[in-house]
Design a protein around this ligand. Structure first.
Ligand code: CMP
Length: 133
């Protein structure tokens, strides 16, 4: 089985959507293999999003990701889990996400897009280590 990291972001936690999001993953056959709730300090968010260093949205992103509690989860499935999960959650911009995806149905905008998911199996392992050691 492959695994990836998913984060339920502050906008979804604040709107009481933790259960809804986990239910969607479990109903689709994904397995939750690790979960915790925590609040990042801005410098931790910056470390987590180091690949986006230099991007115009980085400051807003880090401020937002440290604005409230988040729920990182290890998600497992058969096959290429990172790719399956990214398709399942929908495009980064909720307005462009496929109907029926988490981001299309629940997200607010490009920053407050409710969930994060690793973009490769290599990054999945790095990101899992970041939160779960
Ligand atoms: P995420 O999957 O967490 O990875 C990086 C995040 O940056 C992304 O989701 C968005 O929430 C945020 N972001 C904000 N603006 C942009 C943008 N223009 N392009 C990509 N990501 C963006």
């Amino acid at each position: 089985m492959g695994r990836t990291l998913v984060i339920i972001k502050p906008d979804a936690v604040e709107r009481h959507l933790i259960g809804e999001i986990i239910k969607r993953f479990e109903t689709a056959g994904f397995i939750v293999d690790g979960i915790k709730m925590l609040r990042l300090r801005p410098e931790d968010a910056r470390r987590f999003y180091a690949v986006h260093e230099g991007k115009p949205f980085l400051n807003e992103l880090c401020e937002y990701m440290s604005s409230g509690p988040i729920v990182p989860m290890i998600i497992k499935s058969d096959g290429e889990t990172f790719a399956r999960v990214r398709k399942f959650i929908g495009a980064t911009d909720p307005a462009k996400a496929e109907p029926g995806t988490i981001r299309r149905d629940l997200a607010i905008n490009m920053t407050k897009n409710s969930v994060h998911a690793s973009d490769s199996s290599e990054n999945a392992e790095i990101e899992i280590k970041f939160f779960f050691g």
